[in-house]
Design a protein around this ligand. Structure first.
Ligand SMILES: C[S@@+](CC[C@H](N)C(=O)[O-])C[C@H]1O[C@@H](n2cnc3c(N)ncnc32)[C@H](O)[C@@H]1O
Length: 304
């Protein structure tokens, strides 16, 4: 949001509302982002994370030299293999006629997978560029996916209308975690499945997701903050929010690189220097289910 606009909005608020914004804005970084920004003594505090990267880089999610493609090479197959196991346990193997909601659908990596196995998929994302890319890619593959512009905090779909909702690598980007989970619970049918993955908030996740992937010049993927460690969610925190909204936890499992080859660190440097594309880096790191939840984790819950 342009700073002038933010300043105008702020100036149009009552003193009481301004006080609340500044107070909570200073309290937590997540809240700063909720407000798009906070003003401290009239000065704009910059956004904590740069979600606009999904517009700037969102035209080429499917191209392997785009850092966003790291999510595709092995993360999408790794996450999807786990979700298929959960689906098989809870829904058998015939998904025709079932509806799935992809919250934060990005370029459509997972929406296409769920569509291919028979679900009718609706994808929701605030990035107009990403939604356009996802629509174009689905059309080329002749996949019928209903992509809509929207946010997880206010899903543009009706109550109790989905058998499955999934939200992958998104919870650490949202401005109002409680609102997103409340909305997810609203749109799921009773007995519906919620599938998710997100980055944990541990020392290890700080090293990997913040220091290596984002801050160190040799290895970082973007020169803009795509994650803020304080916005990452611990499993027990997510469980509490889900409980509050009637989503009963099934399990949490670890998600991370399965490759144990130390040379992969050099690959990160190669990718950072443009000598290895992100699709190949992703395949070499071989993301998928692992024992530890210290970096990222995935899991599921059931709507009561
Ligand atoms: C790391 S990408 C993940 C994309 C996709 N889920 C995947 O795993 O391939 C994060 C996505 O979340 C979207 N996003 C950011 N804030 C959001 C919000 N409040 N509600 C829903 N999606 C959001 C971004 O536009 C972006 O497409």
């Amino acid at each position: 949001m342009p700073e002038d606009l933010i300043r105008n909005i702020f100036q149009g608020l009552s003193d009481r509302d301004r006080g609340v914004i500044v107070k909570i804005g200073l309290g937590t970084r997540r809240t700063c982002q909720t407000l798009a920004c906070a003003l401290d003594g009239g000065e704009v505090i910059r956004l904590v994370i740069d979600n606009d990267v999904y517009n700037r880089a969102g035209e080429s999610w499917w191209e392997e030299d785009n850092p966003l493609n790291l999510l595709h090479g092995s993360l999408t197959p790794g996450r999807f293999a786990y979700f298929r196991r959960v689906l098989a346990e809870h829904r058998g193997s015939d998904y025709r006629g079932l509806r799935a909601l992809d919250i934060g659908s990005g370029g459509g990596f997972l929406a296409e997978e769920f569509t291919r196995i028979g679900f009718g998929v609706v994808g929701v994302d605030p990035s107009t560029v990403s939604v356009d890319t996802a629509r174009r890619h689905a059309a080329v593959g002749d996949l019928d996916i209903d992509y809509r512009i929207g946010v997880g905090e206010r899903l543009p779909v009706s109550d109790a209308s989905f058998d499955v909702a999934y939200c992958c690598d998104v919870l650490e980007h949202v401005t109002d975690l409680d609102g997103v989970i409340a909305e997810t619970a609203r749109v799921l049918k009773p007995g519906g499945l919620y599938l998710f993955d997100t980055i944990n908030r541990t020392f290890v996740s700080k090293l990997v997701a913040i220091k290596i992937m984002q801050e160190w010049r040799m290895t970082r993927m973007f020169d803009t903050p795509i994650h803020d460690w304080s916005m990452c969610v611990r499993p027990e925190e997510l469980d509490l929010v889900m409980q509050r909204h009637g989503l009963r936890l099934g399990e949490f499992v670890g998600l991370g690189p399965r490759s144990k080859n130390p040379l992969r660190l050099l690959d990160l440097v190669r990718a950072g220097g443009g000598r290895l594309n992100y699709g190949e880096l992703s395949r070499r790191l071989d993301f998928g289910q692992i024992r530890t939840t210290a970096i990222s984790y995935m899991g599921y819950a059931v709507k009561q």
